[in-house]
Design a protein around this ligand. Structure first.
Ligand code: 9GP
Length: 804
């Protein structure tokens, strides 16, 4: 949209005064943010309405991306850039005496996700809007997002993330579009074989819509998040009158608890009934809403697959398959066969992990009681599937049991998602191959055509254009701004790889970002870091497979080396960690304590003359990542090979010119293919070696320790009082490494040390380093989520672009 600066200023002053009830000079930062965000939302509303009208008029196929997490972060900057008024607004605000950057920083992150899964979903929404693809999100409007992490005495302590406290300016409550979701109850069949679900406990699902703004294309799609409310009677007045206050409100609290809190776990929370309620709640509400708006078009329901795609992001929304079947059969009176045919065509599923603890299973008992009709439908899907298996596998009952959706009293949601979808995709080439050849091999054998790969991506608009404006300006200065529309154009930068001026400018930008991060660290951690040191960053969820432990053991080794020889010629390093651990994941939380304990010791040891600093940044979030990533020299992507399905942090760092130290895991494999061996620092076991170790059961940690005195020393230091008077403090980490090194930390230690030595040498050769940075930026365009989304649209959803 176009707007004149003076018009904006008039609009803004009016809005600010109206909203705050104050003279603009007396307004708070929050008032200023509230007014600006409200105004931007108003500005974009006509595009939002027009986009929906256009989709309706053209009867365009709509994609609904169902996800239990959407980790969107802040909206304001993205929206200003998306509608093309950032510069005008910035100047206008300046003339009024306000600073846009300051106002932007007031917005609370919408942190409705744990990590990669939720962030991917948010990035996909951004790309669908930017590409004019009619694609919308469907999820839960949690009152509390991912917990706020504070580090107290080195330990992680969790606090509620009350992100809605100051109200959410972006969303619109759509009460007229509320639907009822039914839990519990009895299933009755009438004489015609029609099913009725009766005596249920209904819950009202109320949608809140948030605009998802495209990039200068007048497209605004929708993220619809559902909130749970009681139907009719808010509380029991008679109980209240009798003084039974808690009882009077019990029902209200029970119902509202469904959308109260995001589960703070990046894998599955076993058996939690509230989680199952959350899943059915948003799935049922979303599917009902879709069917309702589809029916308004007056097209027969059995043609819905030409107009609607439902994407199942990980297994959490897998019940969409059964919910569609319920509606088609019980309400629309279709036959089972017809309903199944349509459901398959509508649904597609992405698998995001091979970690067994993350593959959802539900006990039949719990499930059947909470969702009796849905259970019956899954049972029937399973019966029919098992019958087919029985024929395919010549009556081999063991094989049938292995692959059954319901077996031994357990419902396996991944199997339901595979059987009930026309497409099953992995999120990086290696991951998809592992699914096909190992983890889901039996399913691949039966349904080879369903399986495909869609390597993840990131939105270059948020992660480069907006998070790193100085780098963006340098890039645009050299190659023009075509890269913003199509990130593959970043390749053009290769032409300037030997251009010293360009190299200088890249270096200057990185230094500026490092200086800004150093200020942040000083303010938040009280640690003064050397801004000329290598900024080595390990930022992601804390999990044993992501191997923050390997990193910190290496830091301890470097420290020991310096203690033995303080005058060693050593490239100074700042090791920065940022990670949240699931509150119930004890060893992960002890790892945070370990990192902080090592940090305290090293940071205060004068003998090593500030050559190493260790920083743990608390409360890792999207907005912190936006500060951290542009300032990074070395990106730590060191998961145990085969365990990280893709990773997307790896892509964000490379796009901002960091050099990756990596195992050949997840999308690191494809980053390696893109940049070549000279521009990534690889180490560690290969896929084949990992599987061989698992299969042979011959992994001998003691032999590795005996042969490596460096490793022996750091392991001993975990429990000999070197780090803490409490020698038991890190016993669990010691034991997990020495007696149960499931993630091959010890096995990969030596090659990790050597990889870091290579990094040091490359960094010392300034020109070589800068060329590596440039190559990484230039080749990062293939990891734009725009490319990924175009592949989903053509290869899975058959959705077209619908530009204005
Ligand atoms: O662990 C994967 C991560 O590798 C991937 O990048 C992300 C998005 O595809 O999904 C993560 N998986 C989960 O969070 C749970 O399945």
């Amino acid at each position: 949209m176009g707007i004149l600066k003076d018009t904006f200023k008039i609009d803004y002053v009016k809005k600010l005064t109206n909203k705050s009830g104050e003279d603009i000079e007396k307004t708070s930062n929050w008032d200023q943010y509230n007014a600006l965000a409200s105004l931007v939302r108003e500005y974009l509303t006509s595009d939002w309405v027009n986009t929906n009208d256009r989709y309706n008029e053209k009867k365009s196929k709509q994609v609904y991306y169902f996800s239990i997490e959407f980790l969107t972060g802040r909206f304001l900057l993205n929206n200003l850039v998306g509608i093309g008024i950032k510069n005008i607004v910035e100047k206008g605000l300046k003339e009024l005496g306000f600073d846009l950057e300051e106002i932007i920083s007031v917005e609370k992150d919408q942190g409705l996700g744990n990590g990669g899964l939720g962030r991917l979903a948010a990035g996909f929404l951004d790309s669908m809007a930017a590409l004019s693809i009619p694609g919308h999100g469907c999820g839960i409007r949690y009152n509390y997002g991912l917990f706020e992490q504070k580090i107290i005495d080195g330990y992680q302590v969790e606090f509620p993330d009350a992100w809605l406290k100051d109200r959410n300016v972006w969303e619109i409550k759509k009460l007229d579009k509320a639907v009822e979701v039914h839990f519990y109850g009895d299933v009755r069949i009438d004489s015609n074989g029609k099913y009725y679900l009766e005596n249920t406990s209904p819950v009202l699902a109320v949608p809140y819509d948030t605009p998802i703004v495209g990039y200068k294309n007048d497209v605004v799609n929708t993220l619809r998040l559902w909130s749970a409310q009681v139907i009719n009677k808010e509380f029991d007045f008679s109980k209240f009158s009798r003084g039974e206050y808690m009882n009077a409100f019990k029902k209200k609290y029970d119902v509202e608890s469904i959308s109260q809190v995001l589960y703070p776990n990046d894998s599955y929370d076993e058996g939690k009934i509230l989680r199952l309620k959350q899943e059915y709640f948003f799935v049922s509400a979303g599917v009902q809403g879709i069917i309702r708006s589809f029916k308004k078009m007056g097209i027969p329901i059995n043609k819905i697959y030409d107009y609607v795609s439902i994407h199942i992001n990980d297994t959490h929304p897998a019940m969409a398959i059964a919910e569609l079947m319920r509606i088609f059969i019980d309400i629309e009176d279709l036959s089972w066969e017809e309903a199944w045919d349509i459901t398959l065509k509508v649904c597609s599923y992405t698998n995001h992990t091979i970690l067994s603890e993350a593959l959802e299973c539900w006990h039949v008992g719990i499930f059947k009681e909470l969702l009796p009709r849905i259970f019956m439908i899954i049972e029937e899907i399973n019966r029919r599937f098992c019958k087919d298996l029985f024929d395919i596998y010549n009556k081999d009952q063991n094989k049938v049991n292995d692959m059954a959706i319901i077996s031994d009293g357990i419902i396996r949601m991944a199997y339901l998602a595979i059987v009930g979808s026309h497409s099953v995709n992995g999120v990086a080439k290696l991951h998809t191959e592992i699914l096909k050849n190992k983890e889901l091999h039996d399913f691949y054998t039966i349904f080879p055509a369903k399986f495909n790969n869609k390597t993840n991506g990131i939105t270059h608009r948020r992660w480069l254009l907006n998070a790193n404006p100085d780098l963006s300006n340098v890039i645009t200065k050299y190659i023009g701004d075509y890269w913003v529309k199509d990130a593959l154009n970043l390749r053009e930068l290769i032409k300037y790889i030997d251009d010293e001026k360009f190299q200088d400018e890249i270096e200057i930008v990185k230094q500026k970002n490092k200086d800004a991060l150093a200020d942040y660290i000083l303010e938040h951690n009280g640690i003064k870091v050397n801004t000329k040191s290598i900024f080595d960053v390990h930022a992601k969820r804390l999990h044993e497979y992501k191997r923050q432990t390997l990193n910190i053991l290496h830091v301890m080794f470097l420290y020991n080396k310096l203690l033995k020889n303080p005058d060693l010629d050593f490239v100074p390093r700042t090791f920065i960690f940022a990670a949240k651990a699931a509150p119930s994941y004890y060893i992960a939380k002890q790892t945070i304590k370990l990192i902080n304990t090592v940090g305290d010791k090293i940071n205060n040891d004068k003998r090593i003359k500030d050559k190493i600093k260790v920083v743990f940044l608390e409360n890792y979030s999207v907005s912190l990542a936006e500060i951290l990533i542009p300032a990074t020299d070395v990106s730590e992507q060191i998961s145990t090979t085969t365990k990280e399905a893709s990773g997307t942090g790896n892509m964000k760092f490379m796009m901002n010119g960091a050099v990756t130290i990596a195992t050949l895991d997840g999308a690191n494999v494809e980053i390696h293919e893109e940049v070549g061996t000279d521009n990534i620092v690889l180490f560690g076991l290969t896929e084949e070696e990992v599987y061989e170790l698992y299969e042979k059961h011959e992994y001998n940690t003691q032999a590795i320790i005996d042969e490596d005195p460096r490793l022996k020393e750091v392991l001993d230091q975990l429990k000999n009082g070197f780090l803490s008077e409490d020698k038991e403090l890190f016993q669990i980490i010691y034991d997990s490494l020495v007696y149960n090194d499931e993630y091959f930390v010890l096995k990969d230690f030596d090659s990790y040390v050597k990889a870091h030595e290579r990094i040091e040498n490359y960094y010392l050769d300034r020109e070589r380093w800068l060329k590596m940075c440039i190559i990484n930026i230039a080749h990062s365009g293939v990891f734009s989520s725009d490319k990924t989304i175009l592949e989903y649209a053509s290869g899975i959803w058959e959705a077209q672009r619908v530009p204005k």
